[in-house]
Every structure is written in C-alpha cells, then in structure tokens.
Design a protein around this ligand. Structure first.
Ligand SMILES: [Zn+2]
Length: 272
C-alpha cells in the first residue's frame, strides 16, 4: 500500500509504512509513564513547532511526515493526554498513555540519607533548583540520529521506574538505568553532545550533563572522575568520565538518565 502526497504541487508516492511501530527506529515508541510517544504530525513544508504543557518538543522527520517525540513523565496518569501543534493555526493532538505497573523495592539505608539534616536538606534544595535550569536546555542543531551506544560496558539493570521505599518512606521512582561496572571504567557519550553541567551533588555524586540537542539530554552520575567541562563538544563514543561510587550509592555503578522535554525517560528505548 502506498499513499500519495501533494507537496508544493509535486506528487510524492511513498510506502505506507507505520513508522511509529518500526522496531528499527529509535527511540522505540512506548506510550507509557517513563516512555516516549511518537506522534504523527502529518506532512508540512516546514518543521512544525509542538509543545506539551508549554514545553518545546523534539520534532523529527521531513516534509512527508513529521513526528513529535514526547517524553512521558513517570508520574503521568494513564489515559488521554495531548500536545499542541503550532502551524499557522494552533491545534491539539490527543494520544493515549497506556498503563505500566513498575515494581517496588523496599530498602534499609543509613538514616542520614533519608532524614536529611537541615544543612543537607538546604544543599539538596539548592541543587534541585539548579537542576531545573539545566534540564530546561533546548538547543539546535537537533540530533541527527537517536540510536545510542551504551555509555559504559557492563550489565544493565532493568530498574528504570522502580518505586523505591527507603526505611518505610516512599521516594521518587528510579528515573535512570544503572550499569554495573568497576570504579574507573570509562564512560563515553552515547551520541554527539555538548557538555552543559558538571558538579558534585548530594544524591547523584559527581555528575556530568550532556546536551544532544532538541531537549534530549544525558545525565551521568556517581562518577569517580569527570574528564570534560561545560562548553566542550563531544563526539559519540568519546570518553567523558569514569565510573565511581560518589553520592548516595551502595557500590560502584553508572547511573544514566535520559531527559526528553524535561522528562526522565527509559534509556533502554534508545539502545539496540
Ligand atoms: Zn540509579
């Protein structure tokens, strides 16, 4: 089956493949909390601008069909959600967030890391406010590709989305992928990037943020060392840091988060 499009007076015939369901396309579509929805915006000569709750979305494709990649928060309720598309006249597009039940983990940890001292609490509040600014980064050029390489070799835990209860107190769900690796193992950039932040944070330890463009960011945490600084341009596969056990951890590993439209989504959707 083919469909015919008329663009600027030129008819283009193309295979009517359902791009959103193609397993060879990254990120893979997964319209669940913590996943990425791929929303077909149809044809247009110019790349449409799209937003979700006022936050700019990454729109990819070409004049034949544009696709909005929408990061869905882990806290999202299943059901109907919408994005706004701004092409001449603004319109809303509805999509469905499917249910996904993540498992729960109960942990006993040092009380200091759960019941924060006033000093630790104010430090954490400052760091959280700083992170709100970092995560809002949206730059061009947009990413040229989305299939990522795993940033460090090692066993991937499937713990994204895990609901964690520390000493009986519910905490934010686990919003990244943990990769088990010894201290000192190189950490590379999964895509071309610009370094936008580095620091030593209370929970995340030594951390570096990489901007891949279009609101797609990587955050690497618990590092033993960081080899780059803000402003550095990084190639895919280039070393940026080394695995460590800094911050709130029980042992050395890489915590890797991916943020899309300011939302932490499952990095596994970007890996082969
Ligand atoms: Zn983690």
């Amino acid at each position: 089956m083919r469909r015919l499009l008329l663009l600027g007076g030129v008819a283009i015939s193309l295979p009517c493949s359902v791009r959103a369901a193609d397993p060879q396309i990254w990120p893979r579509a997964s319209a669940v909390p913590g996943g990425v929805a791929r929303i077909d915006l149809g044809p247009a000569m110019e790349r449409p601008r799209a937003t979700s709750g006022g936050v700019p979305l990454l729109v990819v494709g070409d004049p034949i069909v544009w696709t909005a990649l929408v990061g869905i928060p882990l806290s999202a309720e299943p059901g109907t959600a919408q994005i706004d598309v701004h092409t001449g006249t603004a319109r809303s597009l509805a999509y469905t967030i499917e249910n996904k039940r993540y498992s729960e983990q109960r942990l006993k940890v040092s009380p200091r890391t759960v019941d924060l001292s006033p000093e630790d609490l104010s430090r954490h509040e400052r760091e959280r406010a700083h992170q709100v600014g970092v995560i809002a980064t949206f730059t061009e050029p947009l990413p040229g590709a989305f299939k990522m390489q795993q940033p460090t070799p090692g066993r991937r835990s499937g713990s994204f989305g895990l609901r964690r209860v520390f000493n009986g107190q519910p905490r934010n769900p686990h919003s990244g992928m943990d990769i088990a690796a010894p201290t000192g193992t190189p950490v590379v950039s999964p895509l071309p990037a610009t370094v936008i932040d580095r620091g030593d944070y209370f929970f995340n330890g030594n951390t570096v943020w990489l901007d891949h463009g279009g609101g797609l960011l990587s955050m690497m945490c618990h590092l033993s060392r960081i080899d780059v600084k803000p402003g550095d341009k990084i190639a895919a596969g280039q070393r940026v840091a080394a695995v460590g056990a800094t911050g709130r951890v029980t042992g050395p590993h890489l915590h890797w988060s991916i943020s899309l439209n300011r939302v932490m989504v499952d990095p596994a959707l970007f890996l082969a």
